[in-house]
Design a binder for this molecule. Structure first.
Ligand code: IPT
Length: 951
């Protein structure tokens, strides 16, 4: 049986060979983006091809916006799976139920369109395959969703009334090669453009621009399909194509993205080029650029927008690059397909190292032991080679692209080797990456995903076992630190390894942005929210940005951890050491400032003169003498490295790096003690200074005129995605172990309520059902008459083997609270292993703004190191620097919620003050909490002083 084109393994028919992509030239171009006519059919055969003929009446059809996905424009629905194919594995066949979108566009040529010359029609991205007709003539068909495809159309064009018809199938043989962890989103989702190709136009061209760091020279050679001249005015270059020329230049690096404007002029076309000179190599087992080792502070970027899916406006691409640069990110892996080419122009211009990855993933074959994997089946090799060539030819002229990646999660096979061989023969100037083959037979780097800290350290030391070839290769983590929900934790520990071992050249956090789809009922939808089966839930929301591109606390933490300048020192001695962690840049673009803070409030500031420090260098400088301060004042220096002048990516004053150095003696204020004696008032009410208690239960009822409810020991948190771990792993996650233990439903038995001469002591035994484990808890209340002091002590009983989610007290403020002020860490949330970016100061927020809007609700919003906090008419002080959270719902409501919209504020604000929080880790796809951040039950005390606010 002959298979229809969409089910055959071939990459397609009728299209032109791939060539370099460029945004503009002086040849005419005409965008066909805009409103098109659209008809959706449930199967490929439900409608015939008559729509492609001239004069077809499409008045009964709908409008659709191109570029776009039909499932995000009211036709059908998105479907999310991670590894699983959402259809039976029977390659290359796909289901008969195969949503098929017929697209029609009628257009007139612009008046200025040249009468002579050829023209091509370019599709920059169609998911998953297309068959194309112009004016009733079939041009051909293609697969390879995130790659450009061109057709020659010159002789078919007419001045007016051109009819472009495109039939797109959601599923095709190509879908087997596109099993990336993302929404399945069919449609013409990138630009459609008509390009005039005048006689003597350039054809394909390859800009080779190398840098010799010893000589300080660049060597330029442009090979072009049509001979012409290359000029670089700033360098005085004017040479024919194919001729090498060597001149002194400033090199291109991601830190110093020097581009030279150039022109490639052939008899028929002038193409503006932006040339960056740089040389990428592996020398002595280390990746170098321009002779220096580089450290990747990277992210994996999928193309995503919550309303338009993978159809991104130019502003969105720019926003991504600006956000990356402002967060100290210097590298991006285009997981797992070549991005819109305009994104790479931005990487060249603003400076990011790019691993350009081919549109290839066959992960779902893992479910059948990789049986039938297309990358190990010669019938598929032409399709793989087509994809490799379309990536390399399209993107080869970008200085930012320093590595080609064969794809992601394809297992191993001959097809991958064929791709690698082809790429090496075509472009010797870049390195080859592929994570899936541990032998590294085809690659220049040893790449892994989610390896834990201990293994990465062994690799760094060269103590890992493995094939010989691999032992000599540089190492990178193409994915690590899974940014799903609250987290990732443990970033700092990775960074220390990267900075310690030369072989470890950094990594790429998984991933840049949550793929939550804007949804009227849920806020943001994730897998399953469209009723689709099978699906992988909120595993699609694992980014450093929320879907609306606001940075999550994870991004703020990452920015701090990967600072390109390290500021350390001794605040008491007044010395500061500045280490330049750039690979190429000095520090001349930075200004250093200091402020001197008393109890979190800056009282003096100034500029710190830092001498020139080259990459890798270090300088010591002195701080000024500190201003005087009274006793019991907490003092510190805050030193910042800020942009001395505006750059292309951030304004002057933008903070690049900072540190806080304690300046005082570390003493804390004495805890006020009991002058007041308890008195029994009406029957069951007992007063102690400003507080009222229930004399029978020991419950705190009020402080002054402020009612308080339910104050008691609390160990539960709404499990995070990282607590929940990886659903496909057999061993239970920490959250599963917590629930099995019953930590989410602890029982509180009151053993004693004892008024004493100077206060009130309440003893309880807090324990889960069906277990003999317990936390013996003593609440010791005293008062100096104005303030109420709690000394909480907790003693574990029994053989505890699991960590606790948290350990502290929680209480309700009926009637609510709005503003919150605190002296402690801020402004955003922090947990034990995500607290690097927490800045000690006096902060202010409202309760709603304390919540971190994770797409799937979970524990969030803790502020660390609380010295004092004021909210709801209360002032709370603590010498033990607890963690503070405050929310308009209970932890149990938070735990039960599946979407943000499930959380409805009540009239009580629930406050928790924790002596300890369990770390976060990154176990949603990676290692769990490092031992030093685990909260193991042990005798614990927490002292808190409560007073009416303002009192
Ligand atoms: C890895 C994938 O490469 C990536 O696409 C994404 O799915 C990520 O995990 C998790 O979000 S594969 C995984 C099995 C390690």
């Amino acid at each position: 049986m002959e298979l229809p084109h969409h089910e055959d393994v071939s990459p397609g028919t009728g299209s032109l060979p791939p060539r370099a992509w460029y945004a503009t030239s002086d040849a005419a171009a005409f965008s066909l983006n805009g409103p098109w006519r659209f008809r959706l059919s449930p199967t490929p055969d439900a409608e015939d091809e008559a729509f492609a003929a001239d004069g077809y009446d499409s008045t009964a059809w709908d409008d659709i916006t191109v570029p776009g996905h039909w499932v995000l424009q009211g036709h059908g629905a998105p479907h999310y799976t991670n590894q699983l194919y959402p259809f039976p594995l029977d390659a290359p066949r796909v289901p008969t139920e195969n949503p098929t979108g017929d697209h029609l566009h009628t257009f007139d040529l612009p008046a200025a369109w040249p009468r002579e010359g050829a023209a091509v029609l370019r599709f920059d991205g169609v998911d998953s395959c297309a068959r194309v007709w112009l004016n009733g003539t079939e041009l051909g068909d293609f697969k390879g969703s995130r790659l450009a495809h061109e057709f020659a159309v010159g002789e078919l064009l007419r001045p007016t009334g051109n009819v472009l018809a495109v039939r797109v199938h959601q599923w095709s043989a190509g879908s087997y090669l596109e099993d990336q962890d993302q929404w399945w989103l069919p449609g013409i989702f990138r630009d459609v453009t008509l390009l005039h190709r005048p006689a003597g136009s350039a054809g394909d061209f390859f800009v080779h621009a190398a840098y010799d760091h010893r000589a300080g020279t660049g060597t330029l050679r442009v090979d072009a399909g049509t001979a012409g001249r290359v000029t670089v005015p700033a360098l005085g270059i004017d040479v024919p194509t194919s001729r090498s020329v060597t001149v002194p230049v400033e090199p291109w690096t991601a830190e110093t993205p020097r581009l030279y404007d150039a022109v490639l002029a052939t008899p028929g076309e002038r193409i503006p080029l932006r040339v960056g000179f740089r040389t990428v190599a592996v020398e002595d087992g280390v990746i170098t650029v321009n002779g220096r080792p580089v450290l990747f502070r990277g992210v994996n970027r999928h193309e995503f927008h919550p309303e338009t899916g993978r159809a991104l406006a130019p502003d969105t691409m720019r926003a991504d690059v600006l956000l990356m640069k402002r967060h100290n990110i210097n590298a991006v892996r285009t997981s797992h397909y070549p991005p819109h080419p305009a994104f790479l122009d931005l990487c060249d211009e603003l400076g990011l190292w790019v691993i350009d990855e081919c549109d290839l993933e066959t992960h779902g074959f893992q479910a059948v032991g990789w049986r039938g994997n297309p990358v190990d089946d010669d019938r598929w090799t032409p399709a793989l080679l087509d994809r490799a060539a379309r990536m390399v030819e399209r993107d080869k002229n970008h200085a930012s692209v320093i590595m080609w990646s064969l794809g992601n999660e394809c297992g191993t096979g001959r097809g991958l080797t064929a791709m690698a061989d082809w790429i090496r023969a075509r472009d010797a100037g870049r390195l080859l990456h592929y994570e899936g083959d541990r032998s590294c037979a085809d690659t220049d780097v040893y790449s892994r995903m989610y390896a834990d800290h201990a293994e990465v350290e062994r690799i760094g030391r060269g103590e890992d076992e493995g094939p010989r070839r691999r032992a000599g290769l540089p190492f990178l983590l193409c994915e690590y630190a899974h940014a799903m929900g609250n987290g990732p934790g443990g970033l700092g520990a990775y960074q220390r390894l990267f900075e310690t071992y030369e072989r470890l050249q950094g990594g790429f956090v998984w991933e840049w942005i949550d793929h939550g789809i804007a949804h009227p009922a849920y806020g943001y939808a994730y897998g399953g929210d469209f009723g689709e089966e099978p699906h992988d839930g909120n595993f699609v929301c694992d980014g450093l940005l929320f879907p609306d591109r606001t940075p999550s606390p994870g991004l703020v933490e990452y920015k701090k951890v990967i600072e390109p300048v390290r500021i350390e020192g001794d605040g008491r001695a007044g010395t500061v050491a500045v280490t330049n962690l750039h690979d190429f840049a000095g520090l001349a673009h930075l200004a250093f400032t200091w402020s001197y803070d008393q109890d979190g409030v800056p009282v003096a500031d100034g500029v710190l003169a830092v001498p020139p420090v080259g990459p890798g260098g270090r300088a010591e400088v002195k701080l000024p003498p500190p201003p005087p301060h009274g006793p019991d004042t907490e003092t510190q220096w805050t030193v910042r490295a800020v942009l001395a002048d505006a750059t292309a990516w951030a304004p002057r004053g933008h903070v690049v790096a900072w540190a806080q150095l304690p300046a005082g003696d570390g003493r804390t204020r004495p805890v006020p003690d009991g002058a007041a004696a308890p008195r029994t008032a009406d029957g069951h009410r007992l007063t102690l200074g400003p507080a009222a208690f229930d004399a029978r239960t020991g419950d705190l009822l009020a402080l002054g005129d402020r009612a308080i409810t339910g104050l008691r020991l609390d160990v539960w948190r709404a499990p995070t995605d990282n607590d929940n771990g990886m659903p496909w792993r057999p061993e239970p996650s920490v959250a599963a172990r917590w629930r099995a233990l019953g930590l989410h439903r602890m029982r509180h038995r009151v053993d004693a309520v004892e008024p004493t001469a100077d206060g009130l002591t309440v003893r309880t035994r807090v324990a889960p059902a069906a277990s003999d484990l317990a936390l013996r808890t003593e609440y010791r209340w005293t008062s100096d008459g104005d303030r109420l002091t709690l000394r909480l002590s907790v003693t574990p009983e029994g053989d505890w083997t699991q960590p606790l989610p948290r350990l502290g007290i929680s209480f309700g403020l009926p009637g609510g609270a709005d503003r919150v002020r605190w002296f402690g860490g801020g402004p955003g949330e922090a947990y034990p292993d995500t607290a690097t970016a927490s800045l000690l100061g006096v902060w202010e927020s409202d309760v709603d703004a304390l919540q971190t809007p994770y797409v799937r609700p979970q524990e969030n919003g803790a502020r660390p190191g609380i010295r004092w906090a004021e909210l709801g008419g209360l002032r709370i002080e603590s010498a033990d620097r607890p963690w503070l959270t405050a929310r308009r719902w209970t932890t149990h409501q938070l735990d039960a919620a599946a979407h943000r919209t499930d959380l409805t504020p009540g009239d009580t604000v629930w406050v928790t003050l924790d002596a300890g929080q369990h770390g976060i880790g990154t176990n949603s796809c990676g290692p769990g909490v490092l031992p030093q951040y685990a909260l193991h039950p042990r005798p614990t005390t927490l002292r808190c002083v409560f007073a009416p606010a303002g009192g």
